[in-house]
Design a protein around this ligand. Sequence first.
Ligand code: SF4
Length: 261
Amino acid sequence: MKIKEIYCKSVLSKSGIYGVDYALNPYTGCGHGCIYCYAIFMRRFTNHEERWGEFVDIKINAPTILSKEIKKFQRGSILISSVTDAYQPLERKYEITRKCLNVLSKYDFPVTFLTKSDLILRDLDLIDEMNSEVGFTFTTIDENIRKIFEPKASPIEKRFNALENIENKYIFFGPILPLFSDSEEKIREAFTKFEEKNVKYVYIDKMNLYPNVWKRIKEFLDHKTVIEYQKIKNSEEYPILLKKRISDILKDFNFEYKIGW
Ligand code: SF4
């Protein structure tokens, strides 16, 4: 992993995501190494020759820049992080996210977190004082599958344990992994766990095999699985059937949800 400390010119950017005004990304690149990572498109905006997942740029002046920028921006909602994970392993040492929270805690901007790491628990002293909600991403609740798809993110059990400690919380269930977490049985198991955690809502999304995501994911899956994924990728029926399956299962659960397609 190539690690580089960089100086950014801006850290709070206007967001194109529905319901989110600003995005804050303290890192470019991510050490969680998810094999389906959608943020792979970011590589072309860097000067890195390394492959996606093999470098992280640390915006070491992000807290200072944020303290200047936030004074100029109108109050609005902030998503941490929209592109890469603000609680990826390097955050333990660098604490850039924590230092940014120290700045944000002086303002009343609503902040939404989304992570795959229980490192976020370290910052609950600040997060609990903020107008905030914390989301954990799950693509599966099977630890063996998690190890294949998200090798360096927190284990499933640690994410669930972390949720126990958070009051205002939600779950992002996605991307649902074709063949690995998309069967009725697997989805039902996941929803049962989610309901136990008393989350405010669950956002559900399918896998989008964008060209650069597909190119990368193929390298990690065995030949037979790649052939099956290829069929799913080309199938117009798959998303329709998956949505129907999920909608039917949801009738047995009480949490609020949104299906993203
Ligand atoms: S945690 Fe998110 S940004 Fe990091 S590798 Fe995984 S999918 Fe990509």
